[in-house]
Design a protein around this ligand. Structure first.
Ligand code: FES
Ligand code: FE2
Length: 391
């Protein structure tokens, strides 16, 4: 359902012409106008409608191995706590005290309960308020055997896990996670994802809008000039534009030989076919869960907007079985992380140039290659469609 107030806000920022471009055929269209990359107001709408209303990757289950392990994360502009409770379950809560609204958890830590740093209200790991000192008078301790109810307990956020990945849906009304992942899984029937284990993560701070990261991620057009090593591994001739299937973008190539960081020296998915053993696939489950599947790995790239021109990026590498942590695979595992670190650095400089270029009043969104950039254009359209939708 379309929402006329939001439409008016969007038109205010990018004009009727800019809005029409998002829906024009690729041959005639430009990319999204500059305001979509610089406006705080635009980003606030994206945070609410693209991020809070969807499933969003919130890290690896393995980052919270023990009861009471917790970490703060901001999703769609909302501060959240992700933790492991006493039953071993991963839970998410809004990271805000029910008293005066202080943020409760600021760093990853392990605690038996969550005590507010302001007036020391204490919440159990299931979010229920336990104790409230001096609230009812000096030296009076309010104790809650079964929590404080809807107005006093921490506010839960919908959470699901899938093969070691944590997802949250802040609005609580996204489709079931299995439906959301289905288009990706339909393309990967030969991969046993129950075999993947978290091997670690890389963090990046990117001085660019979050959309630029995914627009760049989808297209293979820039590989010939930016990624010389990757080009040798998989030349332009094996590449295509990729395509969207519902809200999931998909691309792939078949490569001739394995190399360090991509399939060499690490165990492959059990029972993988010969064809898949020389294949790289990559996905984007809209809005931000990007997954790269090689014969030996499942690597997640997830970006979290901080400001229109600043994005936090996490790259989580999952390997097959023991390869994730055994000494035997130390060297090829390190090679895999090194490969991702250097590949991502090759992109960072260009992403900053794209962000800065969008300061130019002479730039209207540019001309896109119908051969390579159809999916990039569709990504912009999907962002706008989500912003326009009131449901
Ligand atoms: S704000 Fe948390 S106890 Fe007062
Ligand atoms: Fe790249």
């Amino acid at each position: 359902m379309s929402d006329s107030n939001t439409r008016a806000q969007i038109v205010d920022l990018i004009g009727e012409e800019g809005l029409a471009q998002a829906f024009a055929p690729i041959e005639e269209a430009s990319g999204l106008p500059n305001a979509a990359y610089w406006s705080e107001q635009w980003l606030a709408l994206e945070q609410e409608r693209c991020f809070r209303r969807s499933w969003v990757f919130a890290g690896a289950v393995a980052q919270l191995p023990k009861t009471g392990d917790m970490k703060p994360i901001e999703i769609g502009g909302a501060p959240l706590i992700i933790l492991r409770d006493r039953a071993g379950r991963i839970r998410a809560f809004h990271n805000v005290c029910r008293h005066r609204g202080a943020q409760l958890v600021t760093d990853a830590c392990k605690k038996p309960a969550i005590t507010c740093p302001y007036h020391a209200w204490t919440y159990a790991l299931d979010g229920k308020l336990q104790t409230r000192p001096h609230f009812s008078g000096p030296d009076v301790m309010d104790r809650f055997e079964n929590g404080g109810g809807d107005k006093l307990d921490l506010m839960p956020v919908r959470t699901e896990t899938w093969n070691g990945c944590i997802f949250v849906n802040v609005s609580g009304d996204a489709e079931p996670i299995a439906d959301w992942l289905a288009p990706m899984l339909a393309r990967t029937p030969g991969y046993d994802f129950s075999s993947i284990r978290w091997a670690g993560k890389l963090d990046f701070e990117v001085n660019a809008n979050w959309k630029l990261i995914y627009e760049n991620y989808m297209e293979g057009y820039h590989v010939f000039s930016i990624h010389k090593k990757l080009l040798k591994f998989a030349p332009m001739s094996v590449r295509w534009s990729g395509e969207w299937d519902s809200h999931v973008f998909y691309n792939d190539y078949v490569f001739p030989t394995l190399e360090a960081g991509r399939g060499e020296g690490l165990p492959h998915y059990p029972g993988l076919s010969d064809r898949d053993a020389k294949r790289g696939l990559w996905f984007l489950c809209f809005p931000h869960f990007a997954a790269e599947v090689f014969p030996d790995q499942f690597t997640v790239l997830a970006s979290y907007p901080i400001a229109p021109d600043k994005t936090r990026e996490e790259l989580h590498v999952f390997l097959i079985g023991d390869a994730a942590d055994s000494d035997e695979f130390g060297a090829p595992r390190t090679a895999t992380f090194d490969m991702w670190e250097s590949l991502n650095h090759e992109d960072l400089g260009v992403l900053e140039l794209l962000q800065q270029g969008r300061k130019s009043p002479a730039f209207d969104g540019g001309r896109l290659s119908p051969h390579w950039e159809g999916p990039t254009h569709e990504f912009g359209r999907r962002v706008v469609e989500r912003m326009l939708s009131s449901t």
